[in-house]
Design a binder for this molecule. Sequence first.
Ligand code: RUB
Length: 318
Amino acid sequence: MYDDQLAPAVEETAAAIASMEIRGAATIAAGAAEALATQARETETDDPAAFRSSIRAAARALRETRPTAVSLPNALRYVLQRMEGRDVERLRRTVVDASEEFVRQLDRAQEDLGQVGANRLADGDVVMTHCHSTDALACIEAAVEDGKEIEAIVKETRPRNQGHITAEQLREAGVPVTLIVDSAARRYLDAVDHVVVGADSIAADGGVINKIGTSGLAVNARERGVPIMTAAQTIKLHPETLTGHTVEIEMRDETEVIDAEPRESIGEIAVENPAFDVTPPRYMDAIVTEHGQFPPESIVTLMRELFGEVAEEPWAEP
Ligand code: RUB
């Protein structure tokens, strides 16, 4: 395989991310980093420039799959910034090593933030979840491993019902689960001690971008006096927002909302399907990361420390 040709496995990963077979910010990041390692292993050339160009092409294809979870470009950036060497073998090694190191760090970060989040939960707590977040689940699972009895009220999370995945994983962890439709959330908040959600991106002002419906849940939780935390490892911090860029909210196909037949029978209507929304920092109690917990308004300090001011795009052709 030469130059800008993509390894079949990279094309498959890109398609799987776009179709949401691979989904959730952390899982997308791991999939993208692993795909770059595959591209490195399968690029057959002796020309270092051609090799670099091939890796950048793979990164661009992966970058274009979904726009909102910043863990995806952050993963690509992590690997590409570590690609170095004068010959192809060295370049290949650095890409594969960086990819493996990135995935190891993801796992470690999730474990560490799980413990931080677990400390916010008390024995006997009832938690409410939205969507399916591996970072949020890590907090609940760590609390259970610490010996705390936790129950969960799980929102189904229309239109794609990722709440079903959460329900199954919590049940497997021994957590009693009650599944509810999204619109029942406010009714159940009186019985909830803590809301735990994940994040696809966190903006420099502390705004939390997560699955559509998170912001409404946060506002209702605040009104009921129920604390809400976002569990998000630092690859969810969006460096471009330091320079004023906003986070693009993915609009998905209308067929996820309504089938063709009922849509036809209703008549001429518009259907919209935004996948994510922004929860303003004042409605979020804490952002829980592998570096500890932060009030949303102070997350910018950590963002600067970890990413600096400039968000490079190392996948662009020079
Ligand atoms: C998933 C979603 C999750 C975050 C965090 O949306 O909003 O809450 O990605 O997940 P989608 P994690 O299903 O559209 O990808 O904690 O696993 O990174």
